[in-house]
Design a protein around this ligand. Sequence first.
Ligand code: AMP
Ligand code: GLY
Length: 436
Amino acid sequence: MKVLVIGSGAREHALAWKIKQSPLVDKVFCAPGNGGISEVAECVDIPADDIESLLKFAIDNEIGLTVVGPEVALVEGIVDSFEKEGLKIFGPSKVAAKLEGSKVFAKEFMYECNIPTAPFETFDNVNDAKEFLNHVEFPLVVKADGLAAGKGVIICNDIKEALKALDEIMVERIFSEAGNSIVIEECLKGEEASILAVSDGENYIVLDSSQDHKRIFDDDLGPNTGGMGAYSPTPIINDTMMLTVEEQIIKPTIQGMSSDGTPFKGVLYVGVMLCEDGPYVLEYNVRFGDPETQSILPRMKNDLVEVMLASCDGGIDKIKLEWENKVCVCVVMSSGGYPGKYQKGKEINGLDLVKTKTDVVVFHAGTKKEDEKYYTTSGRVLGVTAMGRGIEEAISNVYDAVELIKFDRCFFRRDIGAKALKFIKQAKRVSSRIKS
Ligand code: AMP
Ligand code: GLY
């Protein structure tokens, strides 16, 4: 079978890398791909949101399965377009993708289905939203309804910040029509984790947990980014908590979408906040997480293509997922200055030194290959990923690999996975106190 992966980041590199290992697959294409992806797939120069050209390519090349990385094409209905032509594609329909495409839709759906999420109000009129601010406590969170490339969530500490956020989103329209409506919700406190489940519309299987690191600097300081690293599994989600997330969030989401006549197929990503009284949904995504996927897939023993085909055709509940009994950590190496201004075109050295290491793989986020050399092309450049028998060993292995890779003005966080270590130490202290 020929498989087409859509997208150009490290998540798509990880997907193409894992898909290529499937005995069901003869060839992998990636549109548009990047320098690193070209090592495992044939890159095709079609943008990830050009549904018409992607469809034509899939028909002309007899693609047996298409896998969509980023959300834009899903929210615009790529799955409906492909299925209309009888093509197999992994992901949700346009209406089901509204779980990510509209925060107002997602919040109202959670409210209807009794799924735990922060208390909220929705507005499509800026004056009503501003009036509402006179009756609330701070901090609170203002969210643009539509897709905003991960920038549409603003945490406001006082009324001045909230008024500014409302003006930016609803008047200045910094996210254009994504700001037609907004959600205002309570600010939750706790640890965040990412839970991914694959569904065939009726049933689902849950992947091992992971944790993203969204801020640019160590200790979660500085502005938000596309994600500076991740690790899997996270000790913050123990077996009991995973069952709670499944019962209170995943199951009612899949059942609710099905009974609304909009069954959800593909991968459902739930961003949860673990609060004192249990897990709350911060957001749904209708695709694989980036960089979570880079830390999840190296541990997956199953054939990912079998899992995806079961999502498309039904029978996902027959699959039993198996995982390497190791921890995997992914550290993102970025261009200095990101998420602000940065320079591109820097030569990357040391990638060959890392290739010889076992249990280490480098997923490319923004590179191009010219004359057998790699150059940086974007803010996030590489997702260096390593496994270890525990979190400590995985962290040590990944940073050993990171130290071998060099490019001018390279930047990375030095504390990826540190939260897991801290959590484990704290849990040990508590249990020894209880025993003594
Ligand atoms: P979202 O795109 O909705 O996940 O929001 C992006 C990030 O904003 C999340 O990963 C959280 O760090 C933060 N966030 C979103 N909603 C809330 C909330 N209700 N309380 C606290 N932080 C939030
Ligand atoms: N890691 C956050 C996301 O994929 O949206």
